[in-house]
Design a protein around this ligand. Structure first.
Ligand code: FES
Length: 165
């Protein structure tokens, strides 16, 4: 391994490389570990993937940093910039749009006191609009971290956000 790759690997948060390599036998190739590796690195990096994490994963999986960066930018589940501790995704696709998604967005922004994509001053939340989350029959809806909140009203959305720890 080159000195550059070794340095990139060493810059990964502690324990990340070991946690990823523990999965090695479950995947046919090192490259196939890319998605779980990015999840692990993102969790260990405070919910987003700085360039150092991308370079570290690339070094670990023997890929180019550009290849890993391409995966990161392709999937919405990876974040290239800091996000709040709780990530709120409001579906604004057709069914949700027709049933009030913009009012849900506005209510959340007002409750949090930030615009879309910004992080609250305490680092607790950030919110973005999102493409269809596959729950069109319960529109309008949003996803908070891993949980769906469906059949929302602006009041209900505000309450969900207010109750987040
Ligand atoms: S349109 Fe909102 S979940 Fe499908």
């Amino acid at each position: 391994m080159s000195a550059e790759r070794a340095a990139a690997l060493a810059a990964l948060p502690q324990g990340v490389a070991q946690e990823i390599l523990a999965l090695r036998d479950l995947y046919p190739t090192l490259e196939a570990l890319t998605l779980p590796a990015l999840h692990i690195a993102q969790r260990a990096s405070g919910g987003w993937l700085p360039a150092s994490a991308i370079e570290g994963i690339a070094a670990l999986l023997e890929l180019s940093a550009a290849r890993v960066a391409g995966v990161v930018s392709f999937y919405d589940m990876y974040h290239e910039r800091p996000v709040g501790r709780h990530r709120i995704r409001v579906c604004t696709n057709l069914s949700c749009q027709l049933r009030g998604a913009q009012e849900i967005m506005a209510a959340i922004g007002k409750e949090l006191g930030v615009d879309e994509g910004e992080i609250t001053a305490d680092g607790r939340c950030s919110f973005v609009h999102f493409e269809c989350l596959g729950s069109c029959d319960t529109a309008p809806m949003m996803m908070v971290d891993d949980d769906y909140h469906e059949n929302l009203t602006p009041d209900r959305a505000r309450q969900v956000v207010r109750e987040l720890p």
